[in-house]
Design a protein around this ligand. Structure first.
Ligand code: ADP
Ligand code: AMP
Length: 226
């Protein structure tokens, strides 16, 4: 179902494993605007061994942020594509204040703005459970969980039939902890930045996938009226 023609830039925040990717895929169908996940874009470049992929590789392996200039340029390029002219659901970006400012400038240049920021809140204990059981489709990047959201057939994507795999950074507990630590340090101030601008809605992420989705859709539709 589409939900009107308003141009929307929806930001999804939450630590790794909070369900951003899962929700972004549901929202893109609902609002008919694409999911733009910087982690997926980097993994695509890594897989295809592009210059960008080679540059991002070492940062990703360590669970660190890829430099801002590189990330901002990649997002600018993606948001300029024809399918993103009515907006996008940004997942995993902006991750620090410099990226948030770069995004504001980029959207202002195009006469747009951030319409809504959603923070999906989940406890650390639950995040670890989710990340260690996460499986991702090699073809379409859809995410599953071996226990909480299993595919109909083990190892096979329900959406496209692609092969499911476990991300390297989800296998390594040290890398998981490093990513969560960086998240707290760099991304929480960004969430505060949007809270202060009155754009933030916090959603309890420890509910079913459907219930989290209903709360996010309600918050976005509510922000349209303001
Ligand atoms: P993120 O994009 O924030 O890193 P994902 O969307 O990849 O998170 O979700 C992480 C893992 O948790 C996946 O295995 C996913 O299937 C599972 N998951 C997502 N939302 C929920 C939920 N509400 N309840 C239980 N498991 C969930
Ligand atoms: P994610 O799929 O969001 O967990 O991202 C995987 C990895 O990609 C991160 O650990 C970073 O190395 C890199 N990455 C993703 N998004 C960003 C971003 N906005 N800024 C810098 N690096 C990023």
């Amino acid at each position: 179902m589409g939900a009107g023609n308003k141009r929307r830039y929806i930001l999804l925040f939450g630590a790794q494993g909070s369900g951003k990717g899962t929700q972004a895929r549901l929202l893109q169908d609902y609002f008919d605007i694409p999911q733009v996940a910087t982690g997926d874009l980097f993994r695509y470049n890594l897989k295809n061994q592009t210059e960008l992929g080679k540059l991002a590789k070492s940062y990703m392996e360590r669970g660190e942020l890829v430099p801002d200039e590189v990330t901002n340029a990649m997002v600018r390029e993606r948001l300029s594509q024809p399918d993103a002219q009515e907006g996008a659901i940004l997942d995993g970006y902006p991750r620090n204040l410099a990226q948030a400012q770069a995004l504001d400038e980029m959207l202002a240049e195009w006469g747009g703005e951030v319409t809504q920021a959603i923070y999906i809140e989940v406890s650390e204990e639950e995040l670890l459970r989710r990340l260690t059981g996460r499986r991702v489709c090699r073809e379409c990047q859809a995410t599953y969980h071996v226990v909480f959201n299993p595919p109909k057939q083990e190892g096979v994507c329900d959406r496209c039939g692609g092969e499911l795999y476990q991300r390297d950074d989800d296998k390594d507990e040290a890398a998981i902890r490093r990513r969560l630590e960086i998240y707290m340090k760099e991304t929480l101030p960004v969430i505060e930045y949007y809270r202060q601008r009155g754009l933030l809605t916090t959603v309890n992420g420890e509910q079913s996938i459907g219930d989290v989705n209903r709360e996010i859709v309600a918050a976005v539709l509510n922000s349209d009226e303001q």
